[in-house]
Write a protein that binds this ligand. Sequence first.
Ligand code: 13P
Length: 252
Amino acid sequence: MRKPVIIGNWKMHTTAVEATDLLADLKNELAEVTDVEIGVSPPFVYINTARDILKNSNIKLGAQNVYWEPAGAFTGEISAPMLKDSGCDFVIVGHSERRHLMGETDEMVNKKIKALLNTGLIPVFCVGEKLEEREEGTTQTVIRKQVESGLDDIPVEKIKEIIVAYEPVWAIGTGKTATPQQAQEVHSFIRQLIIRLADAAAAEEIRIIYGGSVKPDNIDALMTEPDIDGALVGGASLKADSFAKIVGFKLQ
Ligand code: 13P
């Protein structure tokens, strides 16, 4: 049985005061949750604050990016050992905003995933097609390339530790969610790819979560699909009550 996982991606939002308030509210509101794994990923500068507030809570801490070298002359970058040292449990890599706005390539994503696994951090590995790719009918080709390149040369026993996030680019921040059926189709396709890249047991175990305009009013239907194991939530993770409602989803 795969434990559902709901992760908030705060992106480049919040001030120090807002971050502190949001973390304290989430810690309170979600204290009783045991059947869902919960994570938040604030901006780098608030990670130490978040570690202190979330201490002894059921909320895991993550970052939104990482550089693949452990240390060195890489001005402005943050390494996996630094994030581990700062109390992180997971790190988002390959987010479409990094791929399309910052020029992150499949090869860079692959190096980042390897660095995280070597450091004992869980990669939340994002993949997703653009609107024109969906309209051209190349969604599966795009997803296959992203998944195969991202997981290139990663040992079979490590693959199941990764959380894959399917985030169709056209659904991010647009209010336009993929229908549960559209998402399920791609999640099932990714699980089939994992059978080939690892094995059937890893494919059964690996968690594949959906991201793109997830809200309290669409999470229940998404979570009812057999291959959707959770959500990566942007905008709706910035308010404690909407994020708590998403974590409290009901299967339909
Ligand atoms: P929104 O939930 O704001 O659409 O963002 C999704 C996302 O990119 C999460 O990583």
